[in-house]
Design a protein around this ligand. Structure first.
Ligand SMILES: [Fe+2]
Length: 251
């Protein structure tokens, strides 16, 4: 049996990341995977890189990571995101930049005979595409079927959800209880965002999956953290005010 904690979209929010790592350690895990966007928006990019580097067995590149290490143009970013990326770039050491440059936005993984696809955005366009509606869900199911994978773990939208191919339901559900994978069914799951949730629940989000004897179950979690401290640090760093206030709103 293997327990894997899956985190995503930390965005330099050290307070949220610490709370999630502590919660996951209390629940117990064998591996930790990070689906990207470790930096950008928050005031502690280097500290978050260090934790992810030390703790995670797999780390994907997100669009903010790639922009912060100058491997991706800033043209597609909105004003707040661009200002935060530029602020982040100036803070990073050469070693942190090399680390971000070494990451990929897509990975294929096998755990105890079950194949998974890990993507920051969608598996088809892992840097930029948001999996947020029936069109992207359906294309992702086709992609997974083609690769003989039973599940995709995606980030980027900052919304904790799952969707299953059963009965052709291309609907995103907000998880409330343990999800047990059924046979001949494909799943798309988003652990939500550690450092900047956008589903109107300001608590940090992550998930733990358990894989045993070709069965998979997933539990989605929300963790309270010191939002006031995280917001204050963003303001003190001179980053855009909106990045601080949205943490309190969970959007
Ligand atoms: Fe993100």
């Amino acid at each position: 049996m293997k327990r894997i904690a899956i985190i995503s979209d930390i965005h330099g929010n050290l307070h949220a990341l610490d709370a999630v790592v502590t919660d996951a350690m209390n629940k117990g895990f064998d591996e930790m995977w990070c689906l990207g966007d470790t930096v950008g928006y928050g005031a502690y990019p280097s500290e978050c890189i260090e934790i992810v580097r030390n703790r995670c067995n797999i780390v994907l590149a997100g669009n903010h990571d790639l922009a912060a290490c100058r491997a991706l143009s800033l043209d597609e970013f909105n004003l707040e995101a661009r200002l935060a990326v530029e602020w982040t770039s100036d803070k990073l050491s050469n070693s942190e930049i090399s680390f971000l440059r070494s990451l990929e936005p897509l990975k294929f993984v096998e755990v105890e005979g079950i194949h998974f696809v890990l993507a920051h955005g969608s598996p088809m366009n892992p840097i930029w595409e948001y999996v947020v509606g029936p069109f992207e869900l359906q294309r992702t199911f086709y992609f997974l079927e083609d690769k003989e994978a039973q599940g995709a773990f995606v980030g980027h939208s900052h919304i904790q959800f799952f969707s299953s191919s059963k009965d052709l339901q291309f609907e995103m559900k907000r998880p409330s209880e343990k999800l047990v994978f059924e046979e001949d069914t494909i799943y798309i799951l988003n652990p939500g965002s550690v450092g900047q949730p956008r589903d109107y629940d300001p608590r940090a989000a992550y998930m733990i999956i358990e894989v045993e004897d070709r069965s998979v179950n997933a539990e989605f979690y929300r963790v309270k953290y010191d939002i006031e401290e995280a917001s204050s640090s963003i303001i003190e760093a001179g980053l855009p005010l909106f990045l601080a206030t949205r943490l309190r709103l969970g959007y």
